[in-house]
Design a protein around this ligand. Structure first.
Ligand code: DQA
Length: 153
């Protein structure tokens, strides 16, 4: 049997991590965070697939493509978090754990970031821990799926 699939989705502007507003988002590139998540997934016997898109419709297609194929989703939707009801509806169609992830803590930033329209269709949210959030999100998925979450006791 093939290992359960975990899909990590990265939304708009996350391809610029490392260069973009480093005081807020840190100096690590998206590839560094994907490597963290992949290593954590592998340690729990999960296969990680990552996709980044700057396009709302493409992210929605990626959620559709994960349906029936992936066991869980981790989503850092970037600014789409705050207004994409289409992404909300797509995530609502996914049958499995959904973790909302942010590097920064949107609740402590500008008012427009205080609303997450994807939070109601996520099992939980991890925000404000920088790159550590990618490890925590995979550990949360492992726990929710009932597979061993290595490094978390
Ligand atoms: C972000 C927070 C969002 O408000 C912002 O638009 C991003 C990144 C984060 O990871 O902290 O692009 O999702």
């Amino acid at each position: 049997m093939s290992p359960p699939l975990l899909v990590l989705l990265s939304g708009p502007n996350l391809n610029l991590l490392g260069e973009r507003e480093p005081a807020i988002y840190g100096r690590e590139a998206l590839d560094d965070h994907v490597a963290t998540a992949s290593a954590a997934a592998e340690a729990s016997g999960l296969t990680l697939e990552h996709h980044q898109s700057n396009h709302e419709g493409e992210l929605i297609e990626l959620v559709h493509g994960a349906r029936g194929r992936a066991a869980a989703l981790i989503v850092n939707a970037g600014a789409l978090t705050h207004y994409s009801w289409s992404l909300h509806d797509a995530l609502a169609s996914f049958d499995g754990p959904v973790i909302e992830l942010h590097l920064s803590n949107p609740a402590a930033r500008e008012p427009f970031r205080h609303l997450s329209v994807i939070a109601p269709v996520a099992d939980g949210s991890i925000a404000g821990f920088g790159g550590l959030g990618y490890l925590l999100a995979v550990q949360a998925v492992a726990r929710l799926l009932g597979v061993p979450a290595k490094g978390a006791s």
